[in-house]
Design a protein around this ligand. Structure first.
Ligand code: FMN
Length: 180
């Protein structure tokens, strides 16, 4: 083995899936790309890492609502484009031709073509780390999406898609809560 620069550390601790997070500020919807995501427990709490450098952040904290959408490989390029411009100056839905649908429990929209969309409310914000803790309230799954692999940002501008699926459910039986 040989050592690598410290910055390379995060490329090995690959975070959760790449997400597209929609918000609604009361006037218009917006969407941002978030790759720093994690599941926190079995009670539908999930984590996003973000902050005031994003225009969406204000709406996220004020409305305490968002939709976390999971793009598959077909939407990867668009997901990166979403993260390269700001809703402060651009209508990303128009510019990038992203279709939306109304959500059930929040005002932020669902994104067409995604593998799944999670309607969420913000339960906590830990400023020091930019941790936004979300409670998922509604789960949408797109059965028509042909390639349902989730995509992951490595952290250096490259991406991976989920690969081989291993079923070790029998081995984990005692640790899996009902419904999973
Ligand atoms: C691949 C990718 C991943 C990103 N991940 C994050 C992230 O985890 N947290 C974050 O705050 N910003 C992240 N960004 C940056 C925001 O998506 C970007 O600043 C976006 O333009 C914010 O949009 P807004 O200003 O309309 O809210 C990412 C951008 C890209 C391209």
């Amino acid at each position: 083995m040989k050592t690598l620069p410290l910055e390379k550390a995060l490329t090995f601790i690959e975070p959760g899936p790449l997400t597209l997070v929609t918000t609604f500020d009361g006037k218009k919807p917006n969407v941002m790309t978030i790759s720093w995501t994690a599941a926190l427990d079995f009670n539908q709490h999930i984590l996003l890492v973000t902050g005031p450098w994003n225009y969406s952040f204000d709406a996220l904290l004020k409305t305490k609502e968002c939709v976390v959408c999971l793009p598959g490989p077909a939407l990867l390029k668009k997901a990166v484009q979403v993260g390269m411009i700001s809703g402060e100056t651009e209508d990303k839905f128009k510019k990038l031709r992203i279709k939306t649908y109304p959500a059930k429990k929040v005002k932020a929209p669902l994104l067409a073509g995604c593998v799944a969309c999670l309607e969420c409310r913000v339960t906590d914000y830990i400023k020091k780390y930019g941790f936004v803790i979300l409670q998922v309230m509604e789960v949408w799954h797109n059965e028509r999406c042909r390639d349902k692999r989730l995509v992951h940002a490595v952290g250096d501008g490259t991406f991976t898609a989920d690969g081989e699926h291993f079923n070790l459910r029998a081995l984990m039986k005692e640790k899996l809560p009902p419904g999973l």
